[in-house]
Design a protein around this ligand. Structure first.
Ligand code: PLP
Length: 230
């Protein structure tokens, strides 16, 4: 068995254990984050049964998509979005996790109009207090952005995504995820029909699942160190 399929098995088992521990009866999706990994590695994961892949850079993703055309992959865009890339993102991905402003949502919606039978699945990137990245909307802004996205027929608002500051302190991980979960629950209470909480990465996905993650985005724990990564 390859290292990648070994890692996938271990991670899937850990996901199941964390979900059981948290008495979850909904499902948790493993998103394989494949930025800075060559197409053969994605193919290896695919052959081991992995179907959802996350990419951060548009051109890199499109090159790999061309090499993996024969695979039935669900592509998620999870990186920062420049407005001049919205056309390509809307055409080459079925999910976008990193929508953080209305202008981007509107441009994605326009670019997706041709496929409005298959709306683009959207998560808003939110910035809870301890966010590592500067991007993301605040809890207050999230409510307005959610309403605006719901008014765009070629987009389907699914939930929120967050990238809390990296820490090995389990308690701090949990506190950060709880803050994101509160924003998620708040939006649902306001009537937004959300089903996706995209939190948790290689170093904290088990805690994220205990705090309600429905998608965990895992890169290095599956594929190993990224090429050219710091
Ligand atoms: C790179 C990245 C990940 C995966 O990080 P790992 O620590 O390698 O699991 C998850 N989410 C986002 C947004 C990323 O950019």
């Amino acid at each position: 068995m390859s290292i990648i399929s070994d890692s996938l098995q271990v991670i899937q088992a850990n996901i199941a254990t964390a979900a059981t521990r948290a008495k979850r009866n909904d499902s948790v999706t493993l998103l394989a984050v494949s930025k800075a990994q060559v197409a053969e590695k994605l193919r290896e994961a695919y052959q081991a049964g992995q179907r959802a892949f996350g990419e951060n850079y548009v051109q890199e993703a499109i090159s790999k998509q061309a090499l993996l055309e024969d695979c039935n992959i669900e592509w998620h865009f999870i990186g920062p979005i420049q407005s001049n890339k919205t056309q390509l993102i809307a055409q080459h991905f079925s999910w976008v996790h990193s929508v953080d402003r209305l202008k981007i949502a509107e441009r994605l919606a326009k670019a997706r109009e041709d496929h409005s039978d298959q709306p683009l699945n959207i998560c808003m990137q939110v910035n809870s207090s301890n966010e590592a990245s500067k991007s993301g909307v605040s809890a207050a802004e999230a409510a307005d952005l959610a309403a605006a996205i719901e008014a765009l027929p070629s987009l389907k608002l699914r939930g929120i995504m967050a990238i809390p500051a990296p820490t090995t302190d389990l308690l701090q991980q949990r506190t950060q995820f709880k803050q994101v979960r509160q924003i998620y629950d708040g939006l649902k209470q306001q009537g937004h029909a959300l089903d996706t909480l995209s939190i948790g990465m290689s170093n904290d996905y088990e805690v994220a699942i205990e705090e309600g993650a429905t998608i965990v985005r895992i890169g290095s724990a599956i594929f190993g160190k990224r090429q050219g990564s710091k």
